[in-house]
Design a protein around this ligand. Structure first.
Ligand SMILES: Cc1cc2nc3c(=O)[nH]c(=O)nc-3n(C[C@H](O)[C@H](O)[C@H](O)COP(=O)(O)OP(=O)(O)OC[C@H]3O[C@@H](n4cnc5c(N)ncnc54)[C@H](O)[C@@H]3O)c2cc1C
Length: 394
């Protein structure tokens, strides 16, 4: 082990509790510090965990909770210009993709982390650090502080730890899309376990049959940048009016928008993407999850990659003799994979926020693009990633 016994984990979203639970499993005492004053559902809405994310969660004993709360998705379709194409089926021998409420995922991860001895502290927003030869002191906005042998930045796409590691680090980019999630109470023929990715005339959306029979759907609306707070200043009623107009000519987009109530519409704000981050670690500080590799949501891999990274970091700290060698090995294990997936996602995001010319030719071009992608089975390769927890990191 890298001669450490304690870790401060900043951020209690997805990566934080997973990393802390994996560290606890590796024999390192971990405490999670979350800025929000109480357990939250994050930004809300729904997300999909890919098979690799579910498999990775088995390592920390959290997969069963996700399978219980999620809706399994085994088939994917693409709908464009009135035509529907089957995409690659779920890889054989792997668990199904799981569509899950973000609040449920947070709850499952939190409960599992606490069950293996992780301490979770809310209302502790990291503002600065003091670095020592053999540790780090985290300072929080309430004036309190905590000391650990290492500090893990799992503080999301707007990471404070990223800039403490490198003040010149790049910030997150905006995909040009705002996210919404909702449930439509509608009698629509939607096959169970099938997720349809639909390119409407003016905006992209996706939908599937939720466990309770309603149709769950997600929206990517081309828009000038709005922060989550700004987007939520507009009422759900008003956003629904916009969505009904945007999807008016789309089938079944129009019906989904018409059958969604303001109460079930969740405004989840701007969709971000992280460019490659030059420095993943410095001294005794290191980054995991969106803080260092937020791919476009089009990849469906953001949360799954965050989970994988947290577990790989814990393995490296368990097996390597120094903090420096552990952080370097962790970056070596992760950087190529996450940057390749991010590059694929960036191309898809462009297609989802097309200009007027691209919109006209999209019905002709996109099927070919996506067909080729399906044939290449890129996504399937990504989903076959598995971590051998017991194998020693060289
Ligand atoms: C609309 C939308 C849809 C998405 N859909 C999918 C999907 O279908 N599949 C998928 O895999 N991914 C999806 N993603 C991406 C996914 O949500 C992220 O990849 C995932 O949440 C990353 O987890 P994280 O823990 O790194 O960051 P986060 O979940 O953002 O958690 C970071 C946490 O750190 C806390 N924090 C921030 N700053 C501080 C501080 N200074 N001190 C203490 N705490 C702090 C925050 O409050 C937050 O709780 C989607 C994202 C969006 C926005």
């Amino acid at each position: 082990m890298a001669s450490i016994s304690s870790a401060l984990v900043i951020g209690g979203g997805v990566a934080g509790p997973v990393t802390a639970a994996a560290l606890a499993k590796a024999g390192i005492e971990a405490t999670v510090y979350e800025a929000y004053p109480e357990p939250t559902e994050g930004i809300g809405g729904l997300l999909a965990l890919e098979p690799n994310g579910v498999v990775a969660l088995e390592t920390i004993g959290a997969a069963a909770g996700v399978l219980e709360a999620g809706t399994p998705i085994t088939r994917s379709r693409m709908a464009i210009g009135g035509r529907t194409f089957d995409l690659v089926a779920s890889p054989s021998g792997l668990p199904a993709r799981q569509a899950i409420e973000r609040a449920d995922l947070h709850r499952v991860l939190r409960e599992q982390a606490v069950a293996v001895g992780v301490r979770l502290e809310h209302g502790r927003r990291l503002v600065s650090v003091s670095e020592e030869a053999d540790g780090v002191v985290a300072h929080f906005d309430d004036g309190s502080s905590a000391r650990g042998d290492v500090l893990v930045g799992a503080d999301g796409v707007r990471s404070t730890v990223r800039t403490l590691i490198d003040p010149g680090a790049p910030g997150a980019g905006y995909t040009g899309l705002l996210g919404f999630g909702g449930y439509a109470d509608v009698d629509l023929d939607v096959e169970p376990a099938t997720m349809t990715f639909a390119f409407g005339k003016r905006a992209y959306y996706l939908y599937w049959r939720h466990g309770d029979g309603r149709v769950a759907w997600g929206v990517n609306l081309p828009s000038p940048y709005l922060s989550l707070t700004e987007a939520r200043r507009t009422s759900p009623e008003e956003w629904l009016r916009t969505l009904r107009e945007v999807y008016a000519d789309d089938d079944p987009g129009a019906l989904l928008a018409a059958s969604t109530s303001p109460e079930s519409l969740q405004v989840v704000g701007a969709l971000h993407i992280m460019p490659p981050v030059p420095h993943w670690h410095r001294g005794r500080m290191v980054l995991v999850g969106d803080a260092v590799h937020a791919p476009s949501n089009s990849t469906g891999q953001g949360a799954s990659l965050a989970i994988e990274s947290g577990i790989q970091l814990a393995r490296c700290l368990r097996d390597l003799p120094s903090v420096e060698s552990a952080f370097a090995a962790y970056e070596g294990l992760r950087r190529t994979r996450v940057e390749k997936i991010a590059a694929r996602g960036a191309k898809i995001s462009h297609a989802k926020a097309p200009g007027p010319l691209a919109r006209r030719v999209m019905p002709l071009v996109l099927p070919l693009v996506f067909r080729a992608q399906a044939v290449a089975r890129v996504a399937e390769e990504e989903q076959r990633y598995a971590i051998d927890w017991d194998a020693k990191v060289a």
